[in-house]
Design a binder for this molecule. Structure first.
Ligand code: 9PG
Length: 595
């Protein structure tokens, strides 16, 4: 139920650019004026509807516009469900006044923070917490209150909780990321809904159901058993690794056999194989298809390496930094690419770039791929000079996804990864909803000669969570379970069951496989399958059966849910008749029969 009393009584003021662009008391009887901007808003039983207009002689840039509410602070314990911006961003429950936003005191470059949060600016003080797209507030025995944007395709949205001048404030902020507004042309912001209910989990499922319905979410792909090369072979995958595992994958009932990072000569040249694939990709596609599986492939479509053909032929396709140099969307030493791992970002506001993305997707589908994993897709949301300066970060990301969907057609399964969640609804079939797993429970140590990631947890203080660790993937799987089959099919990331060449204990391997199972999300194995014996086989059968049942329930509107989200109970996922309790520190789990 919407709480009209809450939403009608309490707005205080409107802020532009977090107050740096000015602020004014909110008016209920007409537009609120701040400098050249005018905000027309109505708050009623349905929530907030708002439209922004700029009056002036020329275009004006705007970072964000926020509506500030007074929060009735009664001194009780207050908690916030924190939803992260993109696939790898942390999702959890934070205690107001105790926990910190990852940006607090951050010395990282703004573009690193903008990889994981909508607004790259650090929070103003130690008390401030934020959640992206949706939040639920509660704790201390309160009735939980959900605050959520109805969509995120035109712009992103952030909800903040903070202490100002002794009072607690709730801020509902539309993030436009410096996009230019045209004088006199109304920019309709996404409506914001407020709802109260006894269960935070139910509120989230109902919100996701509404957002999915309004956004034309693609939720009907079949339950998916996959194989992925990444978490065993990493970037060193070879042609023969595909062949060996393909022969064994059939035995595991694999539907989609996905070749991950490492098949390409360099980032950006997606149709040119690496030298580790001397026969090229086509014979492997044929072999996978002949084995009765759908071939899948990984690409980071919006990134191009300095040494790629696409960049050398079309340097003008790349966005620019404010100083005019090529826009850097990622630094990953493992990719090299001619400049030590610096990768440039394609300008997804240029029609010829979109035509290129469309033709790459079409070419991959024509080669026989029916599954595309689109990775590092946050890149075009980072600040920079793009040809169309009227496009918001959300629109730049979505335009890229739209082009790929046009080229790939309706039948191709598109998996979003490293993806801002909100802008992609209606375009993706699956979505990675957590950071990378790893063959270790905690963050792997800085690599020494073994297949590895370029960037480690130590490189991103405050955001270490977003770097590979099975423990973090599990946490996100639990907290984002409500999205499954409402917004897309959740991809919790790969299951690793190999008993050797791993630092995961037997119990940790089963714990993670159970989490993937009970979540109902994509079940993708990533091992050298020849290492799996009868014990691993049994764990696979047990957890995939759990997955089938949970996914079936999710298709009927009841995804697996965690319990007492805001009361700080133990981490638990329950679906149909099974409940699994997790111990994140130890990596253990207990499976029980739910009522
Ligand atoms: C391939 C991998 C896998 C994986 C993706 C993504 O350096 N980094 O910060 C970094 C972050 C994420 C990452 C790799 C490196 O993982 O999530 O499933 O496809 O890319 O490179």
């Amino acid at each position: 139920m919407t709480d009209a009393r809450f939403v009608q009584g309490l707005p205080r003021r409107v802020e532009v650019d977090g107050g740096r662009g000015g602020s004014a008391p909110w008016r209920s009887d007409g537009p609120t004026r701040i400098g050249s901007f005018e905000l027309e808003s109505t708050l009623d039983a349905h929530g907030l509807r708002w439209t922004l207009i700029h009056h002036g002689a020329s275009d004006a840039a705007i970072q964000s516009i926020g509506l500030v509410f007074a929060w009735p602070d009664d001194g009780r314990d207050l908690r916030m469900f924190r939803q992260g911006l993109q696939s790898w961003s942390e999702t959890d429950v934070a205690r107001f006044g105790v926990d910190r936003d990852p940006s607090y005191g951050s010395m990282l470059a703004p573009e690193v923070r903008a990889t994981y949060q909508a607004d790259p600016e650090p929070v103003a003080d130690a008390s401030e917490l934020r959640s992206e797209w949706v939040t639920v507030l509660g704790g201390g025995g309160r009735t939980p209150l959900l605050v959520g944007f109805e969509a995120g395709t035109r712009h992103e949205g952030t909800i903040r909780l903070r202490r100002r001048d002794g009072a607690v404030e709730l801020v509902v902020e539309a993030f436009l990321g410096g996009a230019l507004l045209v004088p006199g042309v109304p920019f309709e912001l996404h409506p914001v809904v407020f709802s109260h209910g006894d269960s935070a989990e139910d509120l989230l499922v109902r919100w996701a159901e509404r957002v999915g319905r309004l956004g034309g979410a693609r939720t009907s792909s079949p339950y998916l058993r996959g194989y992925c090369t990444w978490y065993h072979y990493f970037e060193r995958v070879r042609e023969e690794d595909i062949r060996t595992n393909l022969a064994l994958a059939r035995d595991f009932g694999v539907d989609v056999f996905q070749i991950d990072d490492g098949h390409q000569r360099t980032i950006g040249d997606w149709l040119t194989p690496s030298e580790r694939f001397p026969s090229g990709i086509e014979p492997l596609v044929s072999a996978i298809t002949a084995a009765g599986m759908t071939p899948g492939i990984w690409l980071a479509p919006f990134l191009v390496a300095p040494d790629s053909e696409v960049f050398r032929e079309h340097p003008e396709w790349v966005a620019r930094r404010l100083d005019g140099s090529p826009h850097v969307g990622m630094w990953n030493p493992a990719w090299d690419g001619g400049m030590g791992g610096l990768m440039f970002t394609l300008d997804t506001t240029r029609p010829n770039v979109l035509a290129h993305l469309e033709s790459v997707a079409r070419a991959l589908v024509e080669r026989g791929f029916g599954y595309l994993k689109l990775d590092f897709t946050y890149a075009p949301r980072l600040e920079g000079l793009f040809a169309n300066r009227h496009a918001t970060p959300a629109e730049r990301v979505r335009a890229g996804y739209e082009a790929i969907r046009r080229g790939a057609g309706e039948q191709t399964f598109i998996l979003g990864c490293g993806a801002p969640l909100a802008p992609t609804v209606g375009l993706v079939d699956g979505m990675r909803i957590g950071p990378d797993v790893a063959p270790s429970w905690e963050h792997p140590p800085r690599p020494a000669g073994e297949p590895s990631y370029g960037v480690t947890a130590d490189d991103v203080p405050g955001y270490a969570y977003c770097q590979p660790a099975t423990r973090s993937a599990l946490q996100n799987t639990v907290f984002r379970s409500f999205m499954h089959r409402q917004l897309w099919a959740n991809d919790p990331d790969c299951v690793m069951l190999r008993p050797t060449q791993t630092k995961l204990t037997a119990e940790q391997r089963v714990t993670w496989a159970r989490a993937v199972g009970v979540s109902g999300g994509l079940y993708v194995l990533s091992d050298d399958l020849s290492l799996l014996g009868s014990e691993e086989r049994a764990a696979f059968e047990e957890t995939i059966a759990l997955g089938h049942a949970s996914d079936e329930a999710a298709r009927h509107g009841t995804p697996a849910t965690t319990t007492s989200l805001l009361e700080g109970g133990p981490l638990r996922l329950t679906s149909a008749n099974t409940s699994v309790a997790f111990d994140l520190d130890r990596g253990t789990s207990e499976r029980s029969h739910a009522r």
